[in-house]
Design a protein around this ligand. Structure first.
Ligand code: C2E
Ligand code: MG
Ligand code: MG
Length: 603
């Protein structure tokens, strides 16, 4: 056995015995093992020395004057630092009862006199090692508990703690018949700041914000504590202000025993003020303002879910009303407007967090059954809402201007996929990309597209842009020029949802377009006389203007039969395929749909 313990520091052993000889012998043995020995000669002294010296192990004689060893052992076990310390009890009596008593008092090991001195050092080593292992395990457990309830970055309670806090506080408020307030704090433009200063500094910024919140609100605690100190019903006056970080740049503050609204307002103002001070981060001093939404218990809700939802709503209203402010929830806050605002905020997040994905829907040429083109369709895989349809979020992106960034993302994703497909032995095909009205109205769309083609290496004739009829028909003169510019790059242009807007035929002739996409509502209406008539008219028009024509939304064999009979050359719809994952595109291209066509033309 080596003479030093594995741990760096020397183990300190408290030897407690009224017999001088025993103390001397024990000291000799243990010092020979490289340990430090401190002594006590009776019960009370043992407790004193224990507190003062914080030994790693206690050696305890049972028969001592004043207080016997069993009692000393029990008392040590009750002290915070004595809970897990190894204690070896030494006694003259070796009957079963005394041994049991020793263990009941909390002894780790039991030795009977006469002590075998040659083995003592080894035994102590074993006990220390076991104790170290136990302590390591305990630390690990503490750490796990910590991780489960605290945010490791800011050391604030996390979402889970927040939920428990809020539950507890609401229950207590109900019992005491008192008011509480929930403040939802979200940092304005945090994503943008985070991206510009780098994520390392972004983290430090969050830590600083957490610190400011804590410092700012701690004074409150002290004040509340003094005035509340004689409250009778609960002992848990562990602070009336609970702060938590829910994740990202979202923080919460829960105030309990709120005397009045003015008090909550004061707290909100102080948070606003203190967080908005510039933050020193090496060469950067960003100013980060918060938007704060507030819901009151019981006025705005009596259960945690309602309060959280309403504070969240109020927070979005604060954002909408210019940010850097606080808003109290009120029922007037329009739910759908708030939903939209929320979606806007989330969409911003989605674009930077890979929540958007593309699908491709094949377009089939009926003359040979081949897939000649694919339409790229964007999808939003929302972490909570699941798949969100572009019909829901494209209009929002349009109205907020986010569509520009979104459109650029779609194109870059298309380029990425194409460069992969081009390495495979499959036929080249055209990619159709939807361009929203706002994107189209951007003055620099043509130069953006040519730059894009240059950088991506995608040949212009493989790209077709789809514009809606209404987008190009408003201000037709300007748009003709713009379309001509795009056309000059060598790409194809299509009019999407054709037939739904108002197309002036005289203009249509002058538009440098290649394709008309018959809106799917007409295909859906094919079983009505009107639906069929409109399709016939569009097909005739396309023929007269020498345009390619494609019908979309084909779901049934009857629809297919009609369109094939009328020689509508390109078709797209669930009947052939739903929009598919990019990885399934190569297989799709190898498929041939001739049998579908034959089936409807066989008689
Ligand atoms: P759209 O350009 O007219 O696209 C056709 C829509 O019809 C797609 O819906 C497609 O999934 C759906 N569809 C295809 N075949 C059938 C069928 O047989 N039956 C039925 N019921 N529907 C069919 P999706 O993907 O939900 O897109 C809706 C609209 O959102 C698109 O209409 C387009 O206007 C817009 N959109 C989609 N992706 C983008 C994009 O990347 N950028 C822009 N600006 N708009 C996009
Ligand atoms: Mg389209
Ligand atoms: Mg369409």
């Amino acid at each position: 056995m080596s003479s030093t313990d594995k741990t760096q520091h020397k183990a300190k052993i408290l030897v407690s015995d009224d017999d001088l000889n025993v103390r001397l012998l024990t000291r000799q043995c243990l010092e020979a093992e490289g340990m430090i020995v401190v002594e006590a000669t009776n019960g009370p002294e043992t407790l004193d020395v224990f507190v003062r010296e914080r030994p790693d192990l206690v050696f305890l004689d049972v028969e001592m004057p004043g207080m016997n060893g069993l009692e000393v052992c029990k008392r040590i076990r009750k002290m915070p630092q004595g809970e897990s310390i190894p204690i070896m009890i030494v006694t003259g009596s070796n009957d079963r009862r005394s041994i049991d008593q020793g263990f009941e008092a909390g002894a780790t090991q039991y030795k009977t006199k006469p002590v075998n001195w040659s083995l003592l050092g080894r035994d102590v080593h074993y006990m220390l090692r076991a104790s170290n292992a136990f302590n390591a395990l305990k630390r690990q457990e503490d750490r796990l508990r910590y991780l489960a309830y605290y945010d490791p970055l800011t050391s604030l309670p996390n979402r889970r703690s927040f939920n428990e806090q809020l539950n507890r506080i609401l229950k207590r408020s109900q019992r005491r018949n008192s008011n509480a307030a929930l403040l939802f704090i979200d940092l304005d433009h945090f994503k943008r700041i985070n991206d510009s200063i780098g994520h390392g500094r972004g983290d430090r910024l969050l830590v600083e914000i957490a610190k400011r919140l804590t410092v700012e609100l701690r004074e409150d605690d002290a004040i509340n504590y003094l005035t509340e100190n004689n409250a009778e019903d609960d002992n848990d006056l562990d602070g009336n202000t609970e702060i938590a970080r829910l994740g990202g740049d979202e923080f919460t503050v829960v105030l309990s025993d709120v005397p009045n609204i003015a008090h909550v307002e004061l707290v909100a103002k102080r948070i606003l003020h203190s967080l908005s001070e510039p933050i020193q981060l090496q060469s950067h001093n960003p100013v980060v303002t918060p938007s704060i939404g507030i819901a009151l218990y019981p006025h705005d809700g009596t259960d945690p879910d309602t309060l959280v939802r309403n504070a969240d709503t109020a927070m979005y209203v604060a954002k909408a009303e210019g940010r850097a402010c606080y808003r109290f929830y009120d029922e007037e806050m329009n739910a759908t407007a708030v939903e939209q605002l929320k979606m806007e905020e989330e969409l911003r997040h989605a674009m930077r967090n890979d929540e958007l994905e593309l699908r491709y829907q094949p377009q089939v040429d009926i003359t040979n059954g081949k897939v000649v083109s694919m339409e790229a369709l964007v999808r939003w895989k929302h972490p909570e809402r699941g798949m969100v349809s572009p019909l829901e979020f494209i209009p929002i992106a349009e109205s907020t201007g986010q569509i520009v960034e979104l459109g650029e993302w779609v194109l870059s994703e298309v380029a990425r996929h194409c460069s992969y497909w081009d390495t495979l032995p499959i036929d080249k095909f055209r990619i159709c990309v939807n361009i929203s009205p706002m994107q189209f109205n951007q003055t620099d769309l043509p130069s953006y597209i040519s730059k894009f083609l240059e950088q991506s290496g995608l040949p212009p004739n493989r790209l077709e842009l789809e514009f809606t009829e209404s987008a190009i028909m408003t201000d037709a003169e300007t748009n003709i020029a713009k379309l001509a510019e795009l056309k000059a790059i060598g790409i194809d242009l299509a009019v999407d949802d054709f037939g739904t807007g108002y197309s002036s035929l005289s203009y249509l002739k002058r538009f440098p377009i290649d394709t008309l996409k018959i809106d799917q509502s007409f295909v859906a209406d094919l079983d009505t006389a009107d639906g069929a008539a409109i399709i016939d008219a569009i097909l005739a028009l396309a023929k007269a203007l020498n345009l390619r024509v494609i019908a979309e939304g084909i779901e049934t064999q009857d629809q297919l039969r009609y369109l094939v009979k009328k020689r509508c050359r390109l078709l797209q719809g669930y009947y052939f395929s739903r929009p598919i994952y990019p990885e399934d595109v190569p297989t799709m291209l190898m498929q041939n749909f001739t049998s579908f066509i034959d089936e409807v033309t066989k008689d």
